[in-house]
Design a protein around this ligand. Structure first.
Ligand SMILES: NC(=O)c1ccc[n+]([C@@H]2O[C@H](COP(=O)([O-])OP(=O)(O)OC[C@H]3O[C@@H](n4cnc5c(N)ncnc54)[C@H](OP(=O)(O)O)[C@@H]3O)[C@@H](O)[C@H]2O)c1
Length: 295
């Protein structure tokens, strides 16, 4: 199978390149320098000669405040970019796997969101991603739209820069010894390596459609931090904060936990509890001291 990975040097894209390569698929890695998804001609010329079976799109403008500041740019990447990919993949007969987000929901539910729940985004990022989903779902029948949440991985998130949440918590513990984390925002933290395995698995099927794809279970950011420190064996003063203590410029859903209902229905759900994904990531990234890894 020949597979193009768009955003191949990103946090998720890097793990996708490795997952497909380890599966002995022929991988065509595409960075922003090789393709600009917001430009139809760029998409066509990058993809049409490659004889591709599958195109995986991880490219997005997903810094939430930047999207709010520049909605035209957000829509041109997240919506028109998805449209361009849907059109070109349809024309070349390739499957499109398009990565989307939990931020399509407003966070007013208190139990996990299902694929069929109404999407009511609170911000430009969520709205522009939802429009992108719609283009993909209507323009190329051979599609997988994969919504995920709170990613962390070995490779840096290019849009957000700096450290991921796990690295940030460990860094703050080391430098300050005291950390305050919000306890009233809930997510399903998801490792990009496990998500890459899930996307690889979907690509081997023709069970096209919309999927929620996150680790099992959920936690507040505070509970996530607690688990990080417990697993890593780090002693730190961890304090509870409320979302209101760190006012955000852009509204975000308070509760964006996703249920992998459709993956389970088709017997393809590979995710285990989020705590297992965290432990595997800490071991793989060598952030876990040897003693803690063996415990
Ligand atoms: N990170 C999260 O917590 C999270 C949560 C839910 C959903 N998601 C979704 O997951 C996906 C992957 O996230 P990630 O964390 O892996 O992101 P990332 O590290 O920022 O990677 C995104 C990649 O897309 C490229 N890109 C940006 N604009 C492009 C364009 N117009 N044309 C071609 N390439 C472009 C970037 O290249 P440059 O940096 O060179 O521009 C980068 O390689 C995104 O679709 C995001 O919406 C992420």
């Amino acid at each position: 199978m020949k597979v193009a990975i768009i955003g191949s040097n990103g946090q998720l894209g890097s793990d996708l390149v490795r997952a497909f390569a380890e599966n002995k698929d022929e991988v065509c890695p595409l960075t922003h320098a090789n393709i600009d998804i917001s430009n139809y001609e760029s998409v066509r010329s990058a993809l049409e000669k490659e004889n591709l079976s599958v195109v995986v799109n991880t490219a997005a403008m997903h810094h939430v405040d930047n999207c709010e500041r520049d909605p035209a740019a957000a829509y041109s990447v997240n919506s028109i970019g998805a449209r361009n990919l849907a059109l070109v993949t349809r024309d070349i007969g390739a499957t499109l796997i398009h990565v989307s987000t939990d931020y399509v929901f407003d966070g007013k539910k208190t139990v996990p969101y299902l694929e069929e729940d109404a999407a009511l985004p609170l911000n430009v990022y969520g709205n522009s991603k939802l429009a992108g989903e719609s283009y993909v779902r209507t323009m190329n029948p051979r599609h997988f739209v994969v919504r995920t949440s709170a990613l962390y991985g070995i490779h840096q998130c290019r849009a957000k820069g700096g450290r991921n949440f796990v690295e940030l918590m460990l860094e703050l513990a080391r430098t300050r010894g005291k950390v305050r984390v919000v306890n009233d925002e809930f997510v399903s933290p998801t490792s990009t390596w496990i998500l890459a395995q899930q996307i690889l698995r979907l690509s081997q099927t023709d069970q096209f459609g919309l999927y929620h794809a996150t680790s099992e279970g959920s936690c507040s950011w505070y509970e996530f931090a607690r688990e990080i420190f417990d697993v890593a064996g780090v002693k730190v003063e961890l304090e509870v904060a409320a979302a209101g203590d760190f006012p955000m410029k852009t509204p975000r859903p308070r509760y964006s936990v996703l249920e992998n209902r459709r993956l389970k229905e088709v017997g393809l759900n590979l995710f285990g509890p989020w705590q297992n994904g965290l432990r595997q990531y800490l071991t793989d990234s060598e952030l876990l001291p040897a003693a803690a890894a063996e415990a």
